[in-house]
Every structure is written in C-alpha cells, then in structure tokens.
Design a protein around this ligand. Structure first.
Ligand SMILES: [Zn+2]
Length: 339
C-alpha cells in the first residue's frame, strides 16, 4: 500500500505559527502552509515546537535555508529530543528545513535559482522566491525573539565550525561566545539575510556555520548541540546541568575575506582548516593540465583558515581560502571567553 508518509501521523496543519496557541509542557509537530505548486499541491514547512511550562522567550533554530546545507538538520532533531518540555522556560521552535525545493533538489538556491538568504524578508506580492521568503518570515520566523540560523559551506568548499555575529552588539556577542565554536567572525549582518532581517526586527541572531555541505558530520553536530544547550541554559530556558568540558575558547576574527585565483588551472590548497598562517605563507599551488606548476599563491596577511576550496578545477577567480584576520585582545570584550 502506498503510504502518505508523515502526513497520516498526528501533525497539526496550520496557516501560520501561533506560539500562544501551542499546548504548554509538550512538543508539537506542525506543518505550516506556505505556497502551492503548479498542480495546486500545498508546500508546507515542518516545524517542531517545544513549549515549556513557564513563560519565557521564543528561541528559533532554523536549518537548510540553503537546500544543500544539511548538518543543521540532525542538530535540530537531536536537540529537540534532548529537551524535557516540563523543565523548559519559554518556547523552542526548530525548523529543520526552510528551503524545501532546494533540499529535495540537492541545491543551495530556491527553485527559481534565487538565493533565499539574499532576499529577506521577501515581498508579499512578489515573484515565486520573494513570496516564499515573505511567508517564511511573516508566518514563522517573525514570532522568534532570538534566532540561531544553521548553515554550512557551499559545494566545493569546506568550513570549520564557526559563528558569524555582530560582536559590537552585546547580546549577539554573548550568544556567539556561549555557542563556543572554533572561530567567531565579527560580521555585522548585511541587509537581506535572515540573520540581518531578524536582528533589524529586534530578535538578536547569529549564524552558525557547521562544516561541510551535503553531509552529516557527527562531531560538528555534537559540538553545535552542546553550544546551543549552553546558550539556552545561560538564558535560563533550560535548567543548568553539568556541561561536558567545554572545547577550547574560540579564535575571534575582526574581518575576513576570500582569496581568489587570478588564473585558471588545477588547484592544490595547502593549509588545513583552522590553521593559523603567517603573512606571505604559501597557501596554494596551481598546475596546468600537463601537470606543470604555473602559479603559487601566498597569504596577503596573517590569519586563520576559516574555510577553503576542495574543488581542484579552478578557473580565474576561483575561491582558494577564506582567511580570517584575528582581532586584537580586548577588541570584543563581550565575546572573549574567560577560559
Ligand atoms: Zn548557507
């Protein structure tokens, strides 16, 4: 028999997330209707909401806004599993996938090739991706008081576990610190990202970049969950329990940029993720198709490798490394870990 999959289970179909209508002390699975496809079939976003027994903030965790960025999905599942609603203060809203068309097509973008994280909060009467973005923000994300948006690197690249946050803003700086990633990058949110929109709406937001695209990476997933639990405990949403020994304090970066190739060829990137390198350190070699070395690339400044390319086929203008420039001690007091 053909099963209708999860739709035949006890899941609430709604037009918008209404946190105050959720039962207290319980986990609720919802499908929030957003749009319809060309056959008139509803496209609904799965949401897992855990409403505690005591009033408190709404903390949202979203994943897969880029459809090929998957590590956030097990983070959401396992974090929700670990929470007892009886002891939760406030509400945790977990959205395992924001970009459903992208996820099913293994693609970063929405189905009209638009990057949803460049058009937030969308347009109510706009085109396909604009209206989808608008309904994501107005029907779901708009009810959050805080946001952690989970991403990974893009195809052809790999990332450390790092957080992008505005470190001049005390709340987001503390959120980033408690998340305890390998690296925190000071990055005031640009317009039209989900993080930028949420912040502008008064919901402090961080982006957590969890490793590589298209895979589940258990170690990075575990570390992200531990960070989110520490953050929720510090906000007194979760009871304090003995935390596992925290990982080493993150490196703080004041700025970063990608270093690109200036000619085409096969690229071999040398430094490891998280490696600290000196100015003028050799970062990559490029070979032509006969195997002859044609170019060497050196670091324009000293820094730390936040991400790097793993795709050898590199035209002119291909990414090499994402190089963070370390902040001077004392530059971001709210993000500096005590130890
Ligand atoms: Zn992303």
């Amino acid at each position: 028999m053909f099963s209708s999959s999860y739709l035949d289970r006890n899941i609430l179909c709604v037009d918008a997330l209404d946190v105050n209508a959720l039962p207290m002390g319980r986990k609720t699975r919802l499908l929030v209707g957003l749009v319809h496809d060309g056959l008139g079939r509803a496209l609904r976003i799965p949401v897992i909401a855990v409403r505690g027994t005591r009033p408190g903030p709404v903390f949202g965790i979203t994943a897969a806004l880029h459809g090929n960025e998957l590590n956030g999905i097990p983070v959401v599942h396992r974090l929700v599993d670990s929470i007892n609603p009886e002891t939760l203060r406030g509400t945790l809203v977990a959205v395992p996938v924001l970009n459903i068309p992208g996820l099913v097509r293994h693609e970063r973008e929405f189905r009209d090739s638009t990057d949803l994280n460049h058009i937030m909060p969308g347009v109510p009467d706009g085109n396909e991706s604009q209206v989808y973005a608008h309904r994501l923000t107005s029907r779901i994300v708009g009810s959050f008081n805080y946001l952690a948006d989970l991403h990974t690197a893009s195809f052809g690249r790999i990332n450390t576990l790092y957080v992008r946050a505005d470190l001049d803003e005390p709340t987001t700086a503390r959120m980033a610190k408690l998340q305890r990633p390998a690296i925190i990058l000071h990055n005031p949110p640009r317009d039209h990202t989900l993080r930028g929109w949420a912040s502008a709406e008064g919901a402090p937001a961080i982006t957590v970049e969890i490793g590589d695209p298209g895979v589940f990476q258990p170690k990075k997933v575990r570390r992200t969950i531990a960070g989110l639990r520490a953050l929720l405990s510090q906000m007194k949403m979760l009871p304090r329990r003995s935390q596992p020994k925290p990982p080493p304090p993150p490196l703080l970066c004041e700025t970063s940029r990608w270093i690109y190739t200036d000619r085409g060829g096969l690229l071999r990137v040398l430094p490891e993720l998280g490696e600290q390198i000196e100015e003028q350190a050799l970062i990559a070699q490029q070979f032509d198709i006969f195997g002859d070395l044609v170019r060497e690339y050196r670091a324009p400044y000293a820094g730390v490798i936040i991400g790097k390319s793993v795709d050898p086929v590199s035209p002119t203008g291909a990414r090499i490394v994402h190089l963070g420039r370390l902040a001077k001690p004392g530059r971001f007091p709210n993000a500096e870990a005590a130890g």
